[in-house]
Design a protein. Structure first.
Length: 228
């Protein structure tokens, strides 16, 4: 009986030890995932700031809205696959197509202008253009940068009624000097964090005494996305 009691007591202690080890491991894993998720969100927010800084220096946003001009934060051609630290990759071309028409393959003109719940403006639907993109560790000289990739898209806002989402509205027209910005961070395992904002020129003055160019954030929201 004494031997049986010792065996049972040893088994019980072993089970308790394994339970404590498992709880500590899961807690550390959850904490690491939370820290990584928060870092990715901050990186997406930094993408909005980078876009705002570069847009403030652009005298004409038509080149940005047409996709012929990118920001100062890029790591090559505006498209194609990029590897992710930890495994996997992100296809920038497919991500752009998903934003514009909901599928990874090339969008047709009819699909770009189709009315939907997310894109109800028809011919004035935003045509997202890749503007800033690169590994998160290149955004700032961080001691422990979050592993992942940052991509920022620019599009015209839905207030305009000119039927030309590839150029800004004329002065005094609705939507002039306003763009939408979509910043998204990608990491291994399919994790993503997304922020969308609406930016407007803070000063449209011209001539003597005109104020310096600037950008005002008119709206900001985090978009919840599911892991594929």
């Amino acid at each position: 009986m004494a031997l049986i009691m010792v065996i049972l007591f040893t088994t019980f202690l072993s089970a308790m030890g394994l339970g404590v080890l498992l709880a500590v491991f899961m807690d550390r894993l959850a904490t690491g995932n939370m820290n990584g998720s928060v870092a990715m969100l901050y990186a997406a927010d930094a993408g909005i700031e980078l876009a705002a800084r570069d847009l403030a220096q652009e005298p004409d946003w038509d080149a940005v809205l047409s996709g012929s001009r990118q920001g100062s934060f890029t790591d090559g051609a505006a498209g194609g696959a990029r590897p992710l630290q930890g495994g996997g990759s992100v296809d920038l071309t497919a991500a752009t197509n998903i934003l514009n028409c909901g599928k990874s393959s090339n969008c047709t003109a009819a699909q770009l202008s189709a009315n939907s719940h997310e894109r109800p403006w028809g011919a004035n639907n935003p045509r997202w253009q890749l503007y800033a993109y690169g590994p998160i560790e290149l955004v700032a000289p961080l001691l422990r940068p979050a592993p992942g990739y940052l991509a920022v898209w620019i599009a015209d806002d839905g207030r305009e009624q000119d039927g030309d989402p590839g150029s800004d509205a004329l002065d005094e027209e609705s939507g002039h000097g306003i763009v939408r910005v979509h910043a998204e961070t990608f990491a291994a395992g399919g994790s993503r964090r997304v922020i969308e904002a609406e930016l407007a020129r803070a000063c449209r003055g011209e001539g003597v005494g005109a104020c310096l160019a600037g950008i005002r954030v008119q709206s900001w929201q985090e978009l919840r996305v599911s892991i594929p």
